[in-house]
Structures are given as structure tokens and as C-alpha cells.
Design a binder for this molecule. Structure first.
Ligand code: HPA
Length: 254
């Protein structure tokens, strides 16, 4: 059965223990190997596929992820919707650690990543529309689910995609703020654009892991990030189960 949705799990969500696993599928693509096998299972009463963006053992840094292989593999199995979970730093004052955020815009600062499927053997040059980088319908479902579960979530914000793997300087964060960015991460691009190129509905669920550089006293530690993600990801799992069940309802009405 074609999964109703695929979940791409990021830092803090390399495995989805709420998923009742039915099988693992190892795919290769014209672009190389995806980050991990696809985990097929059942969640919220629906067939779901899960992919660990940084690999099963969290060994792939953001700039080494084969985003094209990941998206191609999901497209190959016939998935039409993707919910991308990602850890971020909070820039805006109300982006406190543990809060969930559903970005509606992004700014791409990454470089040197394979960022398109449209580059070789083209019959014509192709430019996708990316005015709204995230699927409005899927975002609306995430927002609805968060409200239903009373989860503290920011419903509109702009995501800055940075190259990493280092965290930012305080001046870089001030610049991102002037650019209109509210949260900062390292994996949102080219993932969102590649999904759009393949015609997939893609929305992101970000979890604030820390205040961005210079926004709180002292250094940002991995221990702090991990601690905040642990509680944040528990909420994400509840949200995913709820939202997936809602997708079911809508689909059967259509
Ligand atoms: N910056 C970039 N990416 C991140 C951060 C951050 O502060 N926290 C978690 N992912």
C-alpha cells in the first residue's frame, strides 16, 4: 500500500518509536543512496514511511546529506505528502526552546549542495514556482492538529537554511534577523525545493532546540540541544499521530 505520508526525521528523531513497523526497504536511486532505509509502518491508522535524514545512527552532517536521493526514493514509492521534522535555533523572542514552529517562508543560505533535479539532459530549462515554499494545506493540517492537542506552536515564521555544520556567530544571527528570519536550521534546503520539483506536498515541523547564537547568555551546548529536543520530540510524535489520522478523514471525504 502506498503510504499516506512520509516523515523525514531530523536530529532528535532518528527513529519513530510510535510507528508500528511492517518492513524496511533499501532503495538506490539515480542520485545515489538515501540517508537510510525507508521504514514502512502504520501510525494513526494509516500507512506511513519514515526516513532518517541524518542516517539511522545520526552520522550524516547537514551538508553531506544526499537530499536528492532521499526525495527521489520517497517519490519512487509513490508518496505524495512529506512532513519534515527538523531541529532549529530560535531567533525571534517567542521561539523559546521546546516550542514547535511551522514555517511558511524560508531563506536559503546554503551552498555547494546538489539543489535540483533539473540540470542534466534537459529538453528545456525549468524553473519551479517557489513563492510559497511549503504546502499550505499540509501546514493547515499541522496547525489544526497542534491546536487540537493544545501544543504551543508558532503558526507563521520564516526559516533560515544555513550551511553548517557549525552553529552561527552572533553577528550572523543578527543578519538573519534583519533578513526577516525567525528560526534557523541546516537541513531545510534544498529539501523543500526538491520536493516541489517532484510535485510533492511538503511541510515542515520545526522544534526549537536552543536560542540562536547571541540570543542567550553563554555558549550553545549539544547537551542543551539534546535535552530540549527530548521533550520537544515527544510533542512532535503526538502531533504526527494526530495529524496523520486527520489526513485520513479528509481523504475519505474527498
Ligand atoms: N542553528 C542552526 N541549526 C540549528 C540550531 C542553530 O542554532 N539549533 C538546532 N539546529
Amino acid at each position: 500500500m502506498t503510504p499516506a505520508v512520509a516523515i523525514i526525521g531530523g536530529t532528535g528523531l532518528t527513529a519513530l518509536d510510535t510507528l508500528r513497523i511492517t518492513r524496511r526497504e533499501t532503495l538506490s536511486t539515480p542520485y545515489g543512496e538515501p540517508s537510510s532505509p525507508l521504514i514502512h509502518g502504520e501510525l494513526g491508522g494509516r500507512a506511513v514511511a519514515f526516513l532518517a535524514r541524518h542516517g539511522q545512527h545520526h552520522t550524516l552532517p547537514p551538508h553531506k546529506i544526499n537530499y536528492r536521493a532521499n526525495l527521489w526514493a520517497l517519490h519512487r514509492i509513490g508518496v505524495k505528502r512529506i512532513i519534515a521534522v527538523a531541529a532549529v535555533g530560535g531567533i525571534r523572542d517567542d521561539m523559546a526552546p521546546g516550542v514547535l514552529a511551522f514555517p511558511d517562508q524560508l531563506v536559503d543560505y546554503t551552498w555547494g549542495r546538489h539543489c535540483t533535479f533539473f540540470e542534466d539532459n534537459l529538453s528545456h530549462v525549468t524553473h519551479i514556482d517557489f513563492t510559497e515554499p511549503y504546502c499550505p494545506e499540509l501546514r493547515a493540517r499541522l496547525i489544526e492538529a497542534a491546536r487540537a492537542l493544545n501544543l504551543e506552536a508558532r503558526e507563521s515564521c520564516a526559516y533560515a537554511a544555513m550551511q553548517g555544520p557549525r552553529l552561527e556567530t552572533a553577528a550572523e544571527i543578527r543578519k538573519l534577523e534583519r533578513d526577516g528570519c525567525d528560526i534557523v536550521g541546516m537541513t531545510g534546503m534544498p529539501e523543500a525545493a526538491l520536493a516541489r520539483e517532484l510535485g510533492l506536498r511538503y511541510a515542515a515541523c520545526a522544534v526549537v532546540a536552543n536560542r540562536a547564537a547571541g540570543k542567550a547568555a553563554g555558549e550553545i551546548s549539544m547537551a542543551e540541544i539534546e535535552r530540549n529536543l527530548q521533550s520537544g520530540m515527544a510533542r512532535v510524535k503526538a502531533l504526527l499521530t494526530h495529524v496523520i489520522a486527520m489526513l485520513d478523514e479528509r481523504e475519505s471525504r474527498n
